[in-house]
Design a protein around this ligand. Sequence first.
Ligand SMILES: NC(=O)c1ccc[n+]([C@@H]2O[C@H](COP(=O)([O-])OP(=O)(O)OC[C@H]3O[C@@H](n4cnc5c(N)ncnc54)[C@H](OP(=O)(O)O)[C@@H]3O)[C@@H](O)[C@H]2O)c1
Length: 412
Amino acid sequence: MSVIKVAILGFGTVGEGVYKTIQSHTEELEGVLGRKVEVAAVLIRNKQKKRNIDEDVLITSDFDEILDLPQLDVIVEAIVDKEPPFTFLKQAIQKGCHVITANKEMFAHHGNELLRLAEKHNVSVGYEATVAGGIPVIQTLRQLLNVNRVRHIQGILNGTSNFILTEMREKKHSFSAALSLAQAKGFAEADPTNDVEGYDAFYKTMILSRIAFGEEPNWEEVGREGITSITSELIESAEKHGLRFKHIASICMEGGQINATVRPALVGKSHPFYSIEGVENAVNVNSDIVGSITLQGPGAGMFPTASAVIEDLVYVCQNQSTNKNYKKTISVNYGDKEGNGDELWFIQGLSKDYKNPLITWIAQSTDDTAVIQTTREEREKLINQQKVTSCFQILGEYEKLGNNKEVTLAVL
Ligand SMILES: NC(=O)c1ccc[n+]([C@@H]2O[C@H](COP(=O)([O-])OP(=O)(O)OC[C@H]3O[C@@H](n4cnc5c(N)ncnc54)[C@H](OP(=O)(O)O)[C@@H]3O)[C@@H](O)[C@H]2O)c1
């Protein structure tokens, strides 16, 4: 019986997880693919490091040695940075290998080119692990898009930011204390910029946009804001209004244009993201036939990410084109351009005596925070003209706390 030969580029958290999973799930893989899957080679940088890898596996830091193998069917890339991974994958595709990547930064920048090249060489590209780790969001979207039209997608796409916000709320930690804890637990890098400033979530959002809408917004026009401006005091004030801060990526097609943002926002109890805590990720997809679906689960980690890679391995080996839908152009308009209607805002610093017929006061707290309803345009004026210190959008339904409960609908 022939064998499927795999090379793994990188033997860190993801690469090792993929290696171990191929070993531990040999029977399942053989059952579904009808052929044994074998790891033929592993690419690393530091040859001196001790690794738990079988003797018959080629361990090398020279990618050419991998390309020269007599048989190679799939290359799994789990390295960091855009280069050299992009060059490696181009070469692998040109050689006729299927490729699978977990590297969102590289794929957000070069995914299109890799997919075009793969089409030309009649191979597939798997990238499930680039978005929300172990959650099968890309396969789900691909399946949904057979007939459904996606209206919008929201996601908590960065586990580190979500962990920090959860710690700050639950343990009343400062941002820096929560970040140090995330670093101590291995959830955050020594340089946490990519996570806490929203770049990581931004890359994932661009990949999702391509799948859902066939294209990306202009990167320069995407509002990207991290969580560094959120203080534990703000989190506490929001809780008094029944709201929780979440770092939310949002993409929708409005007025024929794709609008995307990555920013902190607030959600109430009825929002599917309210209970997404710690390093969990979640993705909510709203489409025309099925309505709203939320997927949640581990957004990173050795085995959750390996699970996404292994599912891709099955997918590409079954010769299903993972390029499907990626280049589909949808010209359907789903609604008015964002910001034309009233939206709900959690605001700090606006004087309670401030009167403006275009602003509805929904709830006020004894500290200087409140929930108001107004347009995006009025909100900009408030920020510029009044002594507003913070203002964040509330997504979903807002349920006013207290005896006279009332529900106000906010923008999803
Ligand atoms: N960690 C997660 O939970 C997770 C989840 C989803 C996606 N991802 C993505 O998956 C990728 C890998 O993440 P990771 O956490 O596994 O990283 P990691 O633990 O830092 O491991 C990186 C591996 O790549 C190797 N490497 C780095 N540069 C190389 C080069 N130029 N040539 C050959 N090998 C090189 C390293 O070799 P040495 O061992 O010799 O240093 C190491 O084995 C990243 O793009 C990340 O964004 C990670």
